[in-house]
Design a protein around this ligand. Structure first.
Ligand SMILES: C[S@@+](CC[C@H](N)C(=O)[O-])C[C@H]1O[C@@H](n2cnc3c(N)ncnc32)[C@H](O)[C@@H]1O
Length: 208
């Protein structure tokens, strides 16, 4: 029987820019806090660190490690002129960057020894990755090509009983983009996974 951990947020999470509800964050925390001691988790798409804090706190509780993978240049929708652009995140070189904000969040949350930041595209890091993972959270690029590439890059590294979490799964196009739900359906149709959690737009699957 896995130990039960309570979520205690060391920072005001509402002050962290991001795209996650508290209920989704709690579900990510619970999932990470069920990892075996010494396990490894990967997050694709950290932005300013909101989901990283929830996952990282779960990993910290279980003495696990979280690789937080993000090139920190934003997705398509964060670029200037796009719907989710935030001009406060332009760096001193004039480029969109969430890196400084991410570092501040992780340090303030006391997660420097749990979270390993990887400044890379997800696919590039996956090519170099060896070893199996207890948890993969996909919340990177939301174009169909990007989401499929993330899934295909990482699915083979998820251990038996390991979890695949996917954010922004919307049943209809009126609610949001359809790339994450395409990946979710692909994972279920593969016969490799069963669904164990559905909270807001977050789905968590377990590898059989
Ligand atoms: C929707 S945001 C992530 C939100 C975050 N999980 C949260 O809780 O607020 C997507 C992030 O994915 C990153 N990203 C997009 N494509 C990527 C790729 N191919 N490799 C790594 N990171 C990527 C972007 O830089 C952006 O920070």
């Amino acid at each position: 029987m896995p130990q039960h951990f309570e979520l205690s947020l060391p920072i005001d999470i509402d002050q962290v820019k991001g795209f996650l509800s508290h209920a989704e964050g709690e579900a990510l925390f619970r999932c990470a806090s069920e990892l075996e001691s010494g396990a490894v988790a990967v997050e694709i798409g950290s932005y300013c660190g909101k989901s990283t804090v929830y996952l990282g706190l779960g990993c910290k509780a279980t003495n696990s490690t979280l690789f937080a993978v993000d090139h920190h240049r934003g997705s398509e929708e964060h670029q200037p002129g796009e719907m989710f652009h935030d001009s406060a995140l332009i760096d001193d070189q004039g480029a969109f960057s969430t890196l400084a904000s991410f570092r501040r969040t992780i340090s303030a949350a006391g997660l420097d020894d749990t979270v390993i930041a990887v400044l890379s595209s997800s696919a590039q890091f996956a090519q170099a990755w060896r070893g199996s993972l207890g948890l993969v959270f996909i919340d990177g690029g939301h174009s169909l090509d990007a989401a499929l590439l993330d899934y295909r890059s990482w699915v083979g590294s998820i251990a038996s009983k390991g979890r695949l979490a996917i954010h922004d799964v919307y049943p209809g196009a009126e609610a949001g983009g359809q790339a994450p739900i395409t990946v979710y359906r692909l994972a279920l149709a593969s016969g490799l996974f069963k669904e164990i959690v559905a909270v807001d737009s977050l789905r968590i699957l377990e590898r059989l």
